[in-house]
Design a protein around this ligand. Structure first.
Ligand code: GRF
Length: 219
Protein backbone atom coordinates (compact mmCIF):
# COMPACT_ATOMS: atom_id res chain seq x y z
CA UNK A 1 0.00 0.00 0.00
CA UNK A 2 1.17 3.50 -0.87
CA UNK A 3 1.99 5.74 2.10
CA UNK A 4 -0.69 8.43 2.36
CA UNK A 5 0.38 11.65 0.64
CA UNK A 6 0.61 14.48 3.22
CA UNK A 7 -1.62 17.35 2.11
CA UNK A 8 -2.09 20.95 3.09
CA UNK A 9 -5.32 22.65 2.06
CA UNK A 10 -5.70 26.43 1.85
CA UNK A 11 -9.26 27.73 1.88
CA UNK A 12 -11.09 31.00 2.43
CA UNK A 13 -14.76 30.22 2.15
CA UNK A 14 -17.39 27.56 2.30
CA UNK A 15 -14.91 24.74 1.75
CA UNK A 16 -17.06 22.39 -0.29
CA UNK A 17 -14.01 21.31 -2.28
CA UNK A 18 -12.17 20.69 0.98
CA UNK A 19 -15.15 18.58 2.02
CA UNK A 20 -14.98 16.57 -1.21
CA UNK A 21 -11.31 15.81 -0.58
CA UNK A 22 -12.00 14.88 3.06
CA UNK A 23 -14.83 12.54 2.00
CA UNK A 24 -12.73 10.86 -0.70
CA UNK A 25 -9.93 10.23 1.79
CA UNK A 26 -12.29 8.93 4.48
CA UNK A 27 -13.97 6.62 1.98
CA UNK A 28 -10.58 5.17 1.03
CA UNK A 29 -10.71 6.51 -2.54
CA UNK A 30 -7.63 8.74 -2.22
CA UNK A 31 -4.45 7.63 -0.40
CA UNK A 32 -3.74 10.97 1.25
CA UNK A 33 -3.88 12.57 4.67
CA UNK A 34 -4.71 16.22 5.33
CA UNK A 35 -2.05 17.40 7.76
CA UNK A 36 -3.20 21.02 7.91
CA UNK A 37 -5.99 23.30 6.73
CA UNK A 38 -5.03 26.97 6.61
CA UNK A 39 -7.76 29.53 6.40
CA UNK A 40 -7.17 33.26 6.05
CA UNK A 41 -10.73 34.17 7.08
CA UNK A 42 -11.64 33.55 10.72
CA UNK A 43 -15.32 32.75 10.10
CA UNK A 44 -14.93 30.51 7.05
CA UNK A 45 -17.07 27.39 7.03
CA UNK A 46 -13.99 25.50 5.81
CA UNK A 47 -12.62 25.69 9.37
CA UNK A 48 -15.69 24.03 10.82
CA UNK A 49 -15.51 21.27 8.24
CA UNK A 50 -11.89 20.52 9.19
CA UNK A 51 -12.66 20.56 12.89
CA UNK A 52 -15.66 18.27 12.44
CA UNK A 53 -13.34 15.69 10.90
CA UNK A 54 -10.57 16.07 13.50
CA UNK A 55 -8.22 17.76 11.03
CA UNK A 56 -5.73 20.37 12.26
CA UNK A 57 -6.90 23.79 11.11
CA UNK A 58 -5.39 27.21 11.64
CA UNK A 59 -6.60 30.71 10.98
CA UNK A 60 -3.83 32.81 9.51
CA UNK A 61 -5.39 36.21 8.98
CA UNK A 62 -3.56 37.92 6.15
CA UNK A 63 -4.49 41.31 7.61
CA UNK A 64 -2.17 40.61 10.53
CA UNK A 65 0.87 40.55 8.21
CA UNK A 66 2.75 43.54 6.80
CA UNK A 67 3.05 42.06 3.29
CA UNK A 68 1.96 39.18 1.08
CA UNK A 69 5.49 37.79 1.35
CA UNK A 70 5.39 37.79 5.16
CA UNK A 71 2.02 36.02 5.18
CA UNK A 72 3.23 33.46 2.64
CA UNK A 73 6.46 32.82 4.54
CA UNK A 74 4.48 32.05 7.65
CA UNK A 75 2.08 29.70 5.83
CA UNK A 76 4.94 27.90 4.04
CA UNK A 77 6.60 27.43 7.43
CA UNK A 78 3.47 25.90 8.93
CA UNK A 79 3.00 23.56 5.94
CA UNK A 80 6.66 22.48 6.17
CA UNK A 81 6.33 21.91 9.93
CA UNK A 82 3.54 19.46 9.14
CA UNK A 83 5.53 17.66 6.43
CA UNK A 84 3.11 18.68 3.67
CA UNK A 85 4.10 17.46 0.20
CA UNK A 86 1.13 18.63 -1.87
CA UNK A 87 -0.70 21.93 -1.35
CA UNK A 88 -4.31 22.21 -2.54
CA UNK A 89 -5.86 25.63 -3.01
CA UNK A 90 -9.56 25.15 -2.46
CA UNK A 91 -11.36 28.44 -2.85
CA UNK A 92 -8.36 30.32 -1.47
CA UNK A 93 -8.82 34.00 -2.26
CA UNK A 94 -5.19 35.18 -2.06
CA UNK A 95 -2.59 35.18 -4.82
CA UNK A 96 0.57 33.30 -3.91
CA UNK A 97 3.93 35.05 -4.06
CA UNK A 98 6.74 33.59 -6.21
CA UNK A 99 8.53 32.52 -3.01
CA UNK A 100 5.54 30.37 -2.00
CA UNK A 101 5.39 28.76 -5.43
CA UNK A 102 9.12 28.04 -5.39
CA UNK A 103 8.77 26.42 -1.96
CA UNK A 104 6.55 23.68 -3.48
CA UNK A 105 7.65 23.34 -7.11
CA UNK A 106 5.00 21.53 -9.20
CA UNK A 107 3.35 20.64 -5.89
CA UNK A 108 0.53 23.18 -5.65
CA UNK A 109 -2.89 22.51 -7.18
CA UNK A 110 -5.71 24.96 -7.75
CA UNK A 111 -9.29 24.50 -8.89
CA UNK A 112 -10.91 27.04 -11.17
CA UNK A 113 -14.59 27.08 -12.21
CA UNK A 114 -13.98 27.36 -15.96
CA UNK A 115 -12.39 25.42 -18.78
CA UNK A 116 -9.03 27.20 -18.75
CA UNK A 117 -7.57 29.03 -20.57
CA UNK A 118 -11.07 30.45 -21.02
CA UNK A 119 -12.31 32.80 -18.31
CA UNK A 120 -9.45 33.07 -15.81
CA UNK A 121 -9.80 35.36 -12.81
CA UNK A 122 -12.88 36.28 -10.84
CA UNK A 123 -16.52 35.47 -11.68
CA UNK A 124 -15.68 32.77 -14.22
CA UNK A 125 -19.25 31.48 -14.37
CA UNK A 126 -20.59 34.98 -15.09
CA UNK A 127 -17.90 35.41 -17.76
CA UNK A 128 -18.97 32.12 -19.39
CA UNK A 129 -22.64 33.10 -19.41
CA UNK A 130 -21.93 36.58 -20.76
CA UNK A 131 -19.77 35.13 -23.52
CA UNK A 132 -22.51 32.70 -24.47
CA UNK A 133 -20.50 29.46 -24.43
CA UNK A 134 -22.58 26.27 -24.74
CA UNK A 135 -20.07 24.22 -22.77
CA UNK A 136 -18.51 25.37 -19.50
CA UNK A 137 -16.68 23.46 -16.80
CA UNK A 138 -13.86 23.38 -14.32
CA UNK A 139 -10.12 22.79 -14.24
CA UNK A 140 -7.60 21.49 -11.72
CA UNK A 141 -4.17 22.81 -12.61
CA UNK A 142 -0.72 23.20 -11.18
CA UNK A 143 0.00 26.65 -9.87
CA UNK A 144 2.69 28.73 -11.50
CA UNK A 145 3.50 32.41 -11.24
CA UNK A 146 0.63 33.53 -13.50
CA UNK A 147 -2.98 33.48 -12.30
CA UNK A 148 -5.02 30.42 -13.34
CA UNK A 149 -2.28 29.42 -15.76
CA UNK A 150 -0.16 26.38 -14.83
CA UNK A 151 -0.25 22.93 -16.50
CA UNK A 152 -3.70 21.34 -16.55
CA UNK A 153 -4.23 18.07 -14.67
CA UNK A 154 -7.95 17.40 -15.17
CA UNK A 155 -11.00 19.17 -16.59
CA UNK A 156 -14.72 18.47 -16.59
CA UNK A 157 -17.17 19.94 -19.07
CA UNK A 158 -20.84 20.71 -18.43
CA UNK A 159 -23.55 22.01 -20.76
CA UNK A 160 -24.81 25.58 -20.45
CA UNK A 161 -28.58 25.86 -20.97
CA UNK A 162 -30.47 28.83 -22.35
CA UNK A 163 -32.24 29.50 -19.07
CA UNK A 164 -29.14 29.18 -16.87
CA UNK A 165 -28.40 31.80 -14.26
CA UNK A 166 -25.04 32.33 -12.57
CA UNK A 167 -26.43 30.32 -9.64
CA UNK A 168 -27.60 27.33 -11.68
CA UNK A 169 -24.41 27.18 -13.71
CA UNK A 170 -22.27 27.57 -10.59
CA UNK A 171 -24.08 24.67 -8.98
CA UNK A 172 -23.64 22.43 -12.05
CA UNK A 173 -19.93 23.25 -12.25
CA UNK A 174 -19.41 22.84 -8.50
CA UNK A 175 -20.79 19.30 -8.59
CA UNK A 176 -18.06 18.46 -11.11
CA UNK A 177 -15.39 20.26 -9.08
CA UNK A 178 -16.18 17.88 -6.26
CA UNK A 179 -15.48 14.93 -8.55
CA UNK A 180 -12.32 16.13 -10.24
CA UNK A 181 -10.42 17.66 -7.30
CA UNK A 182 -10.23 14.40 -5.34
CA UNK A 183 -9.32 12.62 -8.58
CA UNK A 184 -6.42 15.02 -9.18
CA UNK A 185 -5.15 14.36 -5.65
CA UNK A 186 -5.53 10.62 -6.26
CA UNK A 187 -3.43 10.87 -9.44
CA UNK A 188 -0.71 12.71 -7.52
CA UNK A 189 -0.81 10.33 -4.59
CA UNK A 190 -0.48 7.35 -6.91
CA UNK A 191 2.44 8.92 -8.78
CA UNK A 192 0.46 8.90 -12.01
CA UNK A 193 1.34 12.45 -13.02
CA UNK A 194 4.30 13.38 -15.19
CA UNK A 195 4.85 17.01 -16.11
CA UNK A 196 6.37 17.85 -19.46
CA UNK A 197 6.38 21.61 -19.98
CA UNK A 198 2.74 22.67 -20.19
CA UNK A 199 1.53 19.13 -20.73
CA UNK A 200 0.65 16.72 -17.96
CA UNK A 201 0.93 13.05 -18.86
CA UNK A 202 -1.31 10.65 -16.98
CA UNK A 203 0.36 7.29 -16.52
CA UNK A 204 -1.79 4.33 -17.68
CA UNK A 205 -4.46 6.68 -19.04
CA UNK A 206 -7.62 4.97 -20.32
CA UNK A 207 -9.33 6.28 -23.46
CA UNK A 208 -12.71 7.88 -22.77
CA UNK A 209 -15.90 5.96 -23.42
CA UNK A 210 -17.79 9.02 -24.68
CA UNK A 211 -16.54 10.70 -27.80
CA UNK A 212 -17.71 14.22 -27.06
CA UNK A 213 -20.13 16.39 -25.16
CA UNK A 214 -22.27 18.17 -27.75
CA UNK A 215 -24.64 20.96 -26.73
CA UNK A 216 -27.33 21.36 -27.97
CA UNK A 217 -27.63 17.65 -28.60
CA UNK A 218 -27.44 16.41 -32.18
CA UNK A 219 -30.93 16.05 -33.63
C1 GRF B 1 -14.94 27.05 -6.33
O1 GRF B 1 -15.86 27.39 -7.33
C2 GRF B 1 -13.56 27.02 -6.88
O2 GRF B 1 -13.49 26.61 -8.22
C3 GRF B 1 -13.13 28.46 -6.77
O3 GRF B 1 -13.68 28.90 -5.56
C4 GRF B 1 -14.84 28.11 -5.24
C5 GRF B 1 -14.59 27.53 -3.88
O4 GRF B 1 -15.70 26.88 -3.36
N1 GRF B 1 -11.68 28.55 -6.83
P1 GRF B 1 -15.56 26.06 -1.99
O5 GRF B 1 -15.00 26.99 -0.94
O6 GRF B 1 -14.66 24.88 -2.24
O7 GRF B 1 -16.96 25.65 -1.67
Amino acid sequence: MTNPLPLGVLASGSGTNLQAIIDAIEEGRVPAEIRLVVCNRPRALALERAERHGIAAEVVDHKAFASREAFDEHVVGRLRDKGVELVCLAGFDRLLSPAFIRAFPDRILNIHPALLPAFPGLHAQRQALDYGVRIAGCTVHLVDEQTDHGPIVIQAAVPVYSDDTVESLTERILAEEHRIYPEAVYLFAEGKIEIDGRRVRIVDEEPLADRALVNPALG
